[in-house]
Design a protein around this ligand. Structure first.
Ligand code: SF4
Ligand code: SF4
Length: 472
């Protein structure tokens, strides 16, 4: 195997120049087999991303991440603060799943599914190509003085970028506070919701900043998943990779010469056209090997395949491959590490499904008021409690009542005895439980309480009851 010619690329990232300043990337417009496939995937994901918060199943928004109220809907399963453990398990499953996926298939997620890449490469970058032209025209425009053409192009681009950022911010808000609330706020007008409007404009500014200026640096500098690559990838992970064995051969890459029989010269198949570098949205040279900047966007595969075809060499000089496949010609193997991750993932999914099935649609808690002892009320002993009923269904409970099952006794509600709980709502209040001393064995006994809506039993709760020691 020939030695890599220059290792200086390891000392800096592709977006910083020698003076330590931002090196603006002007990637060539990608085209080819993978780009077409990625476009199709991105159309599907964009529709999904924009529609998901407005779709409801059984009255529950399909996806919602209301972090302020700690309420989440995942595939229309509502997760309340009481279900937070389920939400945490879902998130752990997501992280383990992504880690497993990365160990096996590298950063495929980044190139094909990540919202940052989808918006940057498939929305904002394409608007830029449409207004500013391809790489060459963009470089010329950047160097050009501020004449009428540059002002017109820049202002058009900034306005369109702002409109798209504002749209994305609205959808983001629909995920955050629910689409119902967003639509209501739009209907009522911004004057009644100035604080939300300010938040919306801040989100818009953040998205504008990311897609108009920060761009690929999100993947290179800010994204924690990108940082994890170094520990997750190994020689068996599949990545967008340059086949350096074929590309460099005995004497390395060299320009294409139609007159020579390249195979007999010892020159590699790489004709050093640098198109894979020019098309790269993170500004790297994939021929230097796997690098943290590479988001596996496949643009260099398409570009190199086009060149290989045009010079009559086999396609796939840059392709999806593991280091072992390139060097040792080994095929993909399901490694022990992957098996371990799969086992953990299967167990976690099993636990989550079990918990989802065991989870109640209604949660009732009855807790003794902290710091309160018992009271004598006539012949009975009385304890005071707070109750909370969480209705996770889309039905309204119109007449909630409590029934003491064990032992015998009476439940007295404080205030309005007719409890109503709205869909996705909570009811809280205070109640007394009175029990005859004959039924109290010990100073602390367990109570079983049934909760009804009309005639329907909706939940069974347990709690403690304190009695005087003299009744032992
Ligand atoms: S090296 Fe290739 S796959 Fe990686 S980011 Fe650049 S163009 Fe995309
Ligand atoms: S596009 Fe292919 S042939 Fe051209 S420089 Fe890159 S790897 Fe070499």
């Amino acid at each position: 195997m020939s030695k890599l010619p220059d290792e200086s690329f390891r000392d800096s990232i592709g977006t910083i120049n020698k003076e330590g300043k931002r090196a603006w990337i002007f990637p060539k417009k990608p085209k080819g087999y993978f780009y077409d496939k990625r476009k199709l995937v991105s159309y599907f994901l964009l529709v999904f991303l924009f529609v998901a918060p407005f779709v409801k199943i059984n009255g529950h928004q399909f996806l919602m991440f209301n972090v302020l109220e700690r309420r989440f809907n995942i595939f229309s399963f509502p997760f309340w603060p009481q279900d937070f453990h389920l939400f945490v398990i879902s998130m752990i499953i997501g992280v383990v799943g992504l880690a497993l996926f990365t160990v096996a298939f590298g950063r495929i997620f980044c190139g094909w599914f990540c919202p940052q890449t989808i918006f940057m490469e498939m929305v904002f970058r394409r608007i830029e190509y449409w207004i500013d032209g391809d790489r060459g025209a963009q470089i010329r425009l950047a160097k050009q003085e501020w004449n009428a053409e540059k002002i017109r192009k820049r202002i058009t681009k900034w306005i369109i970028f702002f409109i798209f950022s504002f749209l994305i911010a609205n959808v983001f808000l629909a995920y955050l506070v629910s689409s119902d609330r967003l639509l209501l706020m739009i209907k009522e007008g911004p004057a009644l919701h100035t604080s939300t409007l300010v938040a919306l404009l801040i989100f818009t500014a953040v998205f504008y900043f990311i897609f108009a200026w920060f761009r690929e640096q999100v993947c290179i500098i800010a994204c924690p998943y990108g940082r994890m690559q170094g520990v997750l990838l190994d020689n068996k992970s599949i990545n967008v990779a340059y086949d350096h064995v074929r590309g460099e051969k005995e004497i390395g890459r060299a320009k294409f010469n139609k007159q020579e029989d390249r195979a007999s010269t010892g020159k590699g198949d790489c004709i050093d056209c640098k198109l894979c570098v020019h098309v790269c949205p993170t500004g790297i040279d994939i021929r230097n090997g796997t690098q943290l900047e590479c988001i596996n966007c496949t643009a260099c595969i398409d570009e190199c395949d086009t060149i290989m075809e045009s010079v009559g060499l086999p396609k796939g000089l840059i392709r999806y491959a593991s280091e072992d496949e390139i060097v040792k010609k080994e095929k993909f193997v399901f490694t022990t590490r992957m098996k371990g991750y799969t086992a953990v993932l299967t167990i976690l999914i099993g636990v989550l499904i079990g918990m989802l099935f065991l989870r109640n649609d209604v949660e009732a808690t009855v807790l003794r008021l902290p710091g309160q002892l018992f009271e004598h009320k006539g012949e009975n002993i009385s304890n005071v409690y707070t109750y909370k009923i969480v209705n996770k269904t889309t039905k309204q409970f119109d007449n909630v009542t409590f029934k003491l099952i064990e032992p015998k006794g009476e439940i007295i509600l404080v205030g309005n005895p007719s409890i109503k709980v709205k869909p996705d709502g909570i009811a809280k209040g205070t109640l007394f439980i009175e029990i005859n001393p004959a039924y109290i064995e010990g100073d602390k006994i367990k109570l079983k309480i049934e909760v009804y809506d009309g005639e329907n039993l909706i939940e069974t709760a347990t709690t403690n009851f304190m009695g005087p020691r003299s009744f032992n």
